[in-house]
Design a binder for this molecule. Structure first.
Ligand SMILES: Cc1cc2nc3c(=O)[nH]c(=O)nc-3n(C[C@H](O)[C@H](O)[C@H](O)COP(=O)(O)O)c2cc1C
Length: 188
């Protein structure tokens, strides 16, 4: 498989900003059932081939949005190198319904015990329940994820890279048409 031309630029940004743990936080925008935008921060969990991997609670609203409309855009700003990536494409949801799935299993197994715990919390977004409901009742399995654990794989179709450094700034547009990536430099 040939590497998509935007991948080295993103890999370079991740490397150069690696001293800041929050360089792995990005904003994921979805469209809700009424066609309105919805946006939130999630953690980048690595690449699966060309796809950008994230994880979420299957019960969260974003999952309903993605099921109704898989088209999303992420926005990712790297503070050290002062560059932004806007990455648009289709999300593939990998939930318990896809079991057995190696990607979902691997994503679970590489997460910390603390991160595992959150998937056993009460239903996200519902009225707050007592503190006791958030206390671990048993140690979660490190081997197998619960049904509440889903993986989101964003396969990019359009990537816009803006470098603030320089005068004028640099803005690159990568677009995929009929399976081929085209790169165009555009005005900032
Ligand atoms: C720094 C940070 C990292 C987060 N990482 C994730 C994540 O990886 N996955 C996730 O589902 N939510 C994550 N969240 C919580 C989401 O931003 C959001 O509040 C939650 O997923 C509910 O969103 P929804 O109701 O739109 O589905 C994170 C929040 C912050 C502030």
């Amino acid at each position: 498989m040939t590497i998509a031309p935007w991948r080295p630029a993103l890999a370079r940004a991740l490397h150069r900003n690696r001293a800041q743990a929050y360089c792995r936080y990005l904003q994921l925008a979805t469209v809700n059932e009424s066609g309105k935008p919805s946006n939130r921060t999630v953690v980048f969990r690595g690449f699966v081939d060309e796809a950008i991997q994230m994880v979420t609670d299957s019960r969260s609203e974003k999952v309903q949005h993605i099921q109704a409309c898989p088209w999303t855009e992420i926005c990712w700003y790297f503070t050290v190198t002062r560059e932004q990536f806007r990455i648009a494409g289709r999300i593939t949801l990998i939930s318990a319904a896809h079991d057995p799935d190696a990607v979902r299993l691997n994503a679970w197994q590489t997460m910390s015990a603390n991160a595992h715990q959150q998937f056993y919390w009460p239903h996200p977004g519902e009225p707050r329940v007592s503190q006791a409901a958030f206390e671990p009742s048993a140690t979660p399995s490190t081997a197998y994820p619960p049904d509440s654990f889903s993986v989101l794989l964003l396969t990019p179709e359009r990537v816009e890279h803006l470098e603030l450094r320089g005068h004028p700034q640099n803005r690159y547009l990568y677009q995929q048409t009929e399976g081929e990536w085209q790169l165009q430099e555009v005005n900032p």
